[in-house]
Design a protein around this ligand. Sequence first.
Ligand code: G
Ligand code: MN
Length: 430
Amino acid sequence: MVPFGSSPRGLLSSSDVDDLSAYARSRASAPPVLVPEASLTSYFQPIVSLRTGRSWGTEALARATHETLGTPLPPLDLFRNAEERGLLLELDRFCRRSAIELFAQSGADRDLLLSLNWDTRTLRRFDTDPAQLERVADRYGIPRGNIILEILERRVDDLDALVRFAQKRRREGFLIAVDDFGTGHSSAERLVRIEPDIVKIDRSLVQGVSTSHPRREACRSIAELARSIGAIVIAEGVEEDADLVELAMLGIDLFQGFLLARPGPDVKVVSAAAERAIEDKRGLLRARAERELLDRRENRRQHETTLVSIVTRLAHAGLPELDTAAEQALAAVSGLEALYVLDQRGVQLTNTWLQPGLVPRTGFRPTSAGADLGLKEYFLEVAHGAAAYASRPYVSMASGRLCVTHSRRVKLIDGSVVVVCCDLPSNTLE
Ligand code: G
Ligand code: MN
């Protein structure tokens, strides 16, 4: 614990902040001004890799305690207090330096990354000592490439300034992370402009991912977006087994959260705890992956039976009777939501027949004969060689419900070749 104090003038200069290191070590008690008698330290929370079973990095988190009472002071209060006093830059910087010091002294593995939060509100102030971070990192022998700067989700008036900041820090050799992505001000624009090395998916999206289809798809999209611009994805705030499993099934490898380890003062202790926790989950993850495979297989088998039955019925019709045949086939075969047939250019030959009694959601409407579906993947795939195709689950424009479209090339009794499309309800496992 080190007291965060100020010079007698009340405002810290950046060199004062640098001197705070010596001051902190001697525990000299300059009058603390931020929060009376506040002591500051850094806790560490591991980021663990499922693939390797090892801690990949650790995030430093500021922790403040009332010196005499020993009670914790919420870091948010502390930062608000500092901002009101114009000391945010100093506090933010002090936290990073304290984190680097403690990390360097922790004896953690050389390849463990250290993640530091950076409050973007400080960019509004002229930084009189921009080289402080490099100096401290170098002094403690931590390669800059092992230090991640997390750009916090905060309102930024000047995005250009933020982008310049990120570019400059990257040129210096640091890694850049966009923190809390998916909530508040952490927009997609920020992501494409900053092109971070790392994207941390915010816990507000992560929590409940196992029970919410939209949440899962949001995490999937963010993970895909991040990966496709070359960024590493971290899911933060993981608290539940089921969410961890779900995120792992989306291909996410790096996790941070109470489920794995709570933040603690000792880097090595929390890292080891997270490694044990992830090992404990391996059986669960494997069981889920296997169950999903079997469910998917069973689902495919059921779909196949339905499709064969539909195709057989339609193949007995000629082009002129196709619409009636489709209507009848749909009524006769259960488990189908919609049925429509396309010609070889992707133009609808039949109406879209919806399961009797199925009312489309407001704003959704089935297409009729003549509609051009030539750009749809379920058409293109089978038009260009595939014998059969199944889409990923998506919301059908015909019904507004989650479905999977299966398409098949089928030869009718009169020799004409058509593409039969069947929408089957999706339980999102496909
Ligand atoms: O904004 P940022 O992601 O840096 O916030 C980190 C904060 O989130 C820390 O205060 C940390 O204690 C907290 N935190 C870390 N893991 C979890 C978690 O699994 N659940 C919740 N609710 N908070 C967490
Ligand atoms: Mn963070």
